[in-house]
Ligand binder design. Structure first.
Ligand SMILES: NC(=O)c1ccc[n+]([C@@H]2O[C@H](COP(=O)([O-])OP(=O)(O)OC[C@H]3O[C@@H](n4cnc5c(N)ncnc54)[C@H](O)[C@@H]3O)[C@@H](O)[C@H]2O)c1
Length: 279
C-alpha cells in the first residue's frame, strides 16, 4: 500500500532555508502538498527532499533562478539577533528589498516576510487580560528591530505599489519549548510555526497584513485576531511547561525587570543578545 499523497499546492520559494526556523516549517509545508525550492548561502545540513539553490539574496541571478514559476516567496534569510548597523542594514533591509524586487520581476503574486516582535519590542507589557493588536505601532528595541520595521514597510510598499499580497509575521519566541517566564506569554511552538506559515500561504491571506506569530498561551498578551483572520489556529500552550523552566533560568523564571516592562524583554536592555555567525 502506498501512502496517500497530499493534494499538490504549487511551488513556493523559501529563503534562509538552511536556518533553524525553516527546519521547523519545511516538513509541515511539504506535508501540505507544497513543492519547495530552497535558497540559502549555506549548504543545508539536510536537504529534506527539496530542490536547493545555494547563493545569496544579494545575487539577482540566484533569486531569479529560485523564484521562477513560484506562487509565493517565504523570506526568512537574515540576521536573527542584534548586530552592527552595517551588517543588519545590508542583510535584513537591502536583502529584503532585493527579494521583493526579484519576486515582483518574476511575477510572484505573494510574499510572506519574517518580521519580529522586536519591531515593536519597546511596547510596554499590557495590563493583565489586555491584548496587543497585530499591528501595534512599531517601537523597535534594537537595530535588528529597526530592520524588521523596515521589512514591514517594504512589504507595505510592494503591496500598495505593485499589488503583491504581503503577510508580515511578527514572530515572538520560536523555541523548542519556553525557556523563561516571558516565553510563557510569547512562545511560538515549532508545530504552530508550521501552521502559521501554512495559513500565511493560504488564499485567506490577501492584501497587506501584519500577524503575530505566537502560540495559544494561557498567559499570552498578543492578540489572536490577525491569525484567526487568515486561518491560523495555534494548538500549543506554553503553560504546559510552566513547571519545567530550566533550573539555570531560576532568576529569569522570576521574570527579569525587562521582561516585565517591555514585550521585547531583555532585547530591550542596553545590552541585547548579539548575533554570532555559525562556524
Ligand atoms: N527564530 C525566532 O524565534 C525568530 C523570531 C523572530 C523572527 N525570526 C526571523 O526568522 C528568520 C529566520 O530565523 P532563524 O531563527 O531561522 O535564523 P537562522 O540564523 O537559523 O537562519 C537564517 C538563515 O538565513 C541565511 N542567510 C543569512 N544571510 C543570507 C544571505 N545574504 N543570503 C542567503 N541566505 C542568508 C543563513 O545562512 C541562515 O541559514 C529571520 O529573518 C529572523 O529574524 C526568527
Amino acid at each position: 500500500m502506498t501512502e496517500p499523497q497530499p493534494a499538490r499546492r504549487g511551488r513556493i520559494a523559501l529563503t534562509g532555508a538552511a536556518g533553524s526556523l525553516a527546519r521547523d516549517i519545511i516538513p509541515h509545508l511539504r506535508r501540505c502538498g507544497y513543492e519547495l525550492v530552497c535558497l540559502d548561502q549555506a549548504e543545508p545540513a539536510d536537504p529534506m527532499g527539496c530542490e536547493w539553490v545555494i547563493g545569496s539574496i544579494h545575487d539577482a541571478d540566484r533569486l531569479r533562478e529560485a523564484f521562477a514559476g513560484c506562487a509565493a516567496v517565504v523570506h526568512l534569510a537574515g540576521i536573527p539577533l542584534e548586530a552592527s548597523w552595517e551588517e543588519i542594514s545590508r542583510t535584513n533591509i537591502d536583502g529584503t528589498q532585493a527579494v521583493l524586487e526579484a519576486a515582483r520581476a518574476a511575477d510572484v503574486p505573494k510574499a510572506v516576510l519574517a518580521s519580529s516582535i522586536h519591531a515593536t519590542g519597546y511596547t510596554p507589557v499590557p495590563a493583565e487580560g489586555d491584548l496587543l493588536p497585530d499591528d501595534v505601532p512599531v517601537r523597535p528595541n534594537t537595530f535588528y528591530g529597526v530592520s524588521k520595521a523596515a521589512v514591514e514597510a517594504l512589504g507595505s510598499l510592494y503591496a500598495d505599489r505593485h499589488g503583491l499580497d504581503v503577510v508580515c509575521l511578527r514572530i515572538a519566541s520560536r523555541f523548542a519549548r519556553p525557556e523563561n517566564e516571558r516565553m510563557l506569554s510569547t512562545w511560538l511552538s515549532p508545530a504552530d510555526a508550521g501552521r502559521l506559515f501554512e495559513a500565511a500561504l493560504s488564499e485567506a491571506a490577501k492584501g497587506f497584513r501584519i500577524v503575530w506569530g505566537v502560540s495559544r498561551n494561557t498567559r499570552g498578551y498578543l492578540s489572536p485576531d490577525g491569525g484567526r483572520a487568515i486561518g491560523f489556529f495555534p494548538e500549543d500552550d506554553a503553560e504546559a511547561y510552566a513547571g519545567e523552566l530550566p533550573a539555570d533560568a531560576a532568576g529569569a523564571a522570576q521574570g527579569s525587570e525587562w521582561d516585565r516592562r517591555c514585550i521585547g524583554g531583555v532585547f530591550s536592555s542596553p545590552e541585547p543578545p548579539m548575533f554570532s555567525p555559525r562556524a
